[in-house]
Design a protein around this ligand. Structure first.
Ligand SMILES: C[S@@+](CC[C@H](N)C(=O)[O-])C[C@H]1O[C@@H](n2cnc3c(N)ncnc32)[C@H](O)[C@@H]1O
Length: 234
């Protein structure tokens, strides 16, 4: 028997985005199906799910982790009073600042999610939090730390919407032609990130003190067959 570990590709959103056209916002964050950008209807389904999940109110101050290039989040600006989007990619944040930032109330910041959480000096200002198609790219340690800091230090955050999580129980619906290794499914530095079952996700969130509920997008949504959304509350 061979001791060689099965090969699988690693992925960097920052490096990938730099290969796309400057205005290919959906390509930069791989919001594509078979290489083509998803339709406006799909984007609207996402923003509707986020706004209704978080029960956005006009006086909300929203924190978004792993916000990417802002192409999604700017659709939420009209539902909140203030917004801060944080992402580790220098390039994607430069695109967000250039195209979508509306200072002083709707701003973007380049920083790793866990580093930002540790150093934020005014955490009480936020009332809601969001991480869409991004949480799976935090390492297991970072994910646990972010959930804990959000619960303990960002005390006014009532709900945290964590969307588009890859469902380990349905990985076979995505990987139709090959069987990925466990190592690959647990690696945050692939194009899909860490796959978790809803039970695994519940344990992670509950360890930090959160209550969790799950939802799955309607079948018309391009990724509903292998992804779920989580809503964390106190
Ligand atoms: C698929 S994109 C999603 C972007 C955006 N949320 C959206 O839905 O359009 C994943 C994002 O996670 C970001 N990311 C990965 N690791 C991160 C980290 N440790 N801290 C902050 N952002 C991170 C990447 O830079 C990338 O922008």
């Amino acid at each position: 028997m061979s001791n060689e570990k099965p090969f699988y590709p690693k992925f960097s959103y920052d490096a990938h985005a730099r290969t796309c056209a400057e205005d290919d916002f959906l390509g930069q964050t791989r919001r594509t199906v078979q290489g083509l950008p998803v339709s406006d209807d799909q984007i609207q389904m996402i923003t509707t799910a986020i706004k209704s999940g978080l029960k956005m109110r006009p006086d909300d101050v929203l924190l978004e982790l792993a916000c990417g290039n802002g192409a999604l989040s700017h659709f939420i600006f009209d539902s909140c009073q203030e917004y801060l989007g944080v992402d580790v990619s220098e390039y994607l944040i430069s695109i967000a600042k250039k195209n979508f930032e509306k200072p002083p109330h709707y701003k973007y910041l380049m920083q790793g999610g866990a580093e930002y959480m540790r150093q934020e000096s005014q955490p009480e200002r936020f009332s809601k939090a969001l991480c869409y198609a991004g949480f799976q790219f935090f390492s297991a340690d970072q994910a646990a730390e972010i959930l804990l800091i959000l619960f303990n230090k960002f005390k006014n955050v009532q709900t945290f919407f964590i969307g588009n999580l890859p469902d380990k129980e349905r990985a076979g619906e995505f990987y139709k032609t090959r069987q990925p290794s466990i190592e690959e499914l647990l690696d945050c530095s692939t194009a899909i990130g860490i796959w978790r079952t809803q039970d695994e996700f519940t344990r992670l969130a509950e360890l930090a003190g959160w209550k969790v509920s799950f939802s799955i997008m309607p079948t018309e949504f391009h990724a509903s067959h292998y992804r779920y959304d989580a809503l964390l509350s106190r």
